[in-house]
Design a protein around this ligand. Structure first.
Ligand code: HEM
Length: 489
């Protein structure tokens, strides 16, 4: 029969004794020890809740794809805090897998991130690339700051359909960051006995309300401007459209939505939470990945040279070396570029875990393990990409692994057929932005390599040590020397 996965001893109420000497905020080092001891699936108890961690790629496939329908819910960690703030769970990441979640997810995937819609954002990407190049050229800050700023410019443009000036971008970025920090560090207390904690920690609730108000002040004018713009007929729209307004935005689709069952449009607060989710999901993840990839290219100049050569070859085929950028239509002609990006995501996935999943029913995995209904389940993303039994010399940066042909099999990053790595998760809750994330990474990496030679600086060598923030970032930020390439006329 199946059994609950093994784990360290626990006592009722308190949970696993290991928490006395390990921090639940960063369970990775503890889990690595437990996997060595118990095998590739372990159970941990925190209070009365059971968490199961899976490091084996076949079990991950069974859980997320084969039995995926039962593992598409989310645990209610943040629900308590939202409820106390008078909010609901109507966001894609937080909602359990019901009609609301499916509607919101389908709306994002089909209406905003569908390839035909993504094409409409090409001018926004062009603008973000120019911001990126100018700031890299100016120097001064660590490149991760520049990456984050440029990505945020782009995500804001996609969200609100407006090209904002630098001051506005920085103000919203600061508010988002403060809120993210506050909610992840200070609001967790409300998961336990909210009826009691809401009195004990009422100062925290007040601060959370203030952060929400600030977000409301920043977002509502942008949402309302878009509401007015959408009311115009086509010819008025064309007249009004300045070069800072884009044709399509995520907000447009939200304004059109009707919630199932309740049959009402989204409230302002719901719209703000969805915009906030969109901005958070696409910024840190992508800029973190970009930093790791560029760090590997700095450390491996031969790979960078090869990539540059492939990029230039495509420009030569097109017969136009003088164009300002590597246009996004050409990206698919550079298979080595995709290989570099995938290898970066394998070795340095921005998230070492996925967002927590919850079992809606008892699940039996491969006839061996039982995941009881209600258990929280997570996956060891980084472990899978670095598993020496699956990958030859896993800690070597070798994009050739992902160049199709020869005896190499193609790696499917969605994990639908099989999971070899899962930087975007897999199954029903797979990253909703996978396609656009890959496009952003390929487009920006290609253009940064074409624009500059990225060189290691003596005394500021690349250091691959990791630090856990919202994503897993470089502990010592990358500080390379950028030498502008001389372009042949
Ligand atoms: C390199 C960049 C990115 C990485 C590595 C990444 C990774 C992930 C991961 C691991 C998850 C959790 C999957 C799970 O819970 O099983 C996720 C969820 C999600 N991502 Fe991404 N992501 C990236 C970029 C983006 C972008 C650009 C967007 C949108 C613009 C986006 C939107 C989302 C959304 C909405 C979810 C929630 C899906 C759900 O709960 O059903 N992501 N992402």
């Amino acid at each position: 029969g199946c059994r609950i996965p093994p784990g360290p001893p626990s006592v009722p109420v308190l949970g696993s004794l290991v928490w006395l000497t390990n921090s639940p905020a960063d369970p990775e080092p503890l889990l690595q020890r437990l996997f060595r001891r118990y095998g590739s699936v372990v159970s941990l108890r925190l209070g009365s809740s059971l968490s199961i961690y899976i490091a084996d790629r076949r079990l991950a496939h069974a859980a997320l794809v084969v039995h995926g329908a039962y593992l598409a819910d989310r645990p209610s960690v943040l629900v308590a805090a939202a409820t106390l703030l008078g909010e609901n769970n109507h966001t894609i990441t937080r909602a359990s897998y019901g009609p609301v979640c499916r509607l919101l997810r389908r709306n994002l995937v089909a209406e905003t991130l569908h390839p035909s819609r993504v094409r409409l954002f090409a001018p926004a990407r062009c603008w973000a690339r120019r911001v990126l190049t100018e700031k890299l050229l100016a120097g001064g800050e660590a490149v991760i700051e520049t990456f984050r700023h440029a990505m945020f410019c782009l995500l804001l443009a996609m969200c609100f359909g407006e090209r904002l000036d630098e001051g506005a971008v920085r103000a919203i970025a600061a508010a988002q960051r403060e809120q993210l920090l506050y909610f992840s560090h200070q609001m967790a207390v409300f998961a336990f006995l909210p009826s009691v904690t809401k009195h004990v920690f009422r100062g925290r609730l007040r601060a959370a309300h203030a952060l929400r108000r600030r977000q409301m002040e920043l977002f509502m004018p942008l949402i309302n401007a878009r509401r007015e713009y959408m009311k115009l007929n086509n010819s008025d729209r064309a007249k009004k459209k300045s070069d800072t307004t884009f044709e399509h935005s995520y907000v447009d689709t939200l304004l059109d939505l009707k919630l199932p069952e309740e049959e009402r449009p989204l409230s302002d607060q719901e719209m703000i939470n969805l915009c906030s989710e969109f901005l958070n999901a696409g910024t840190d993840t992508t800029s973190t990945a970009m930093q790791w990839i560029m760090a590997e290219l700095v450390k491996n100049p031969a790979i960078q040279d090869k990539l540059y050569g492939e990029i230039i070859k495509v420009a030569a085929i097109t017969g136009d070396n003088s164009q300002e950028e590597v246009p996004e239509e050409d990206l698919h002609k550079i298979p080595y570029l995709k290989a570099v990006v995938l290898e970066g995501l394998r070795k340095h996935p921005p998230g070492h875990f996925v967002l927590p999943h919850k079992a809606a029913e008892d699940i039996e995995l491969c006839g061996a393990y039982l995941i009881p209904k209600g258990a929280t389940v997570n996956f060891m993303v980084a472990e899978m990409g670095r598993d020496a039994e699956e990958w030859e010399n896993p800690m070597e940066f070798a994009p050739e692994r992902f160049v199709a042909g020869g005896d190499r099999e193609w790696v499917d990053v969605t994990g639908n057929r099989e999971i070899r790595m899962m930087p975007f998760g897999a199954g029903r809750r797979i990253c909703a932005g996978l396609g656009v994330a890959m496009l952003h990474l390929e487009y920006f990496v290609a253009n940064m390599v074409r624009e500059f030679e990225w060189k290691e600086v003596a005394g500021d060598e690349v250091d691959f040590a990791e630090k856990r923030e919202f994503t897993c970032v470089m502990q010592k930020p990358l500080r390379p020397r950028l030498v502008p390439r001389i372009k042949d006329e």
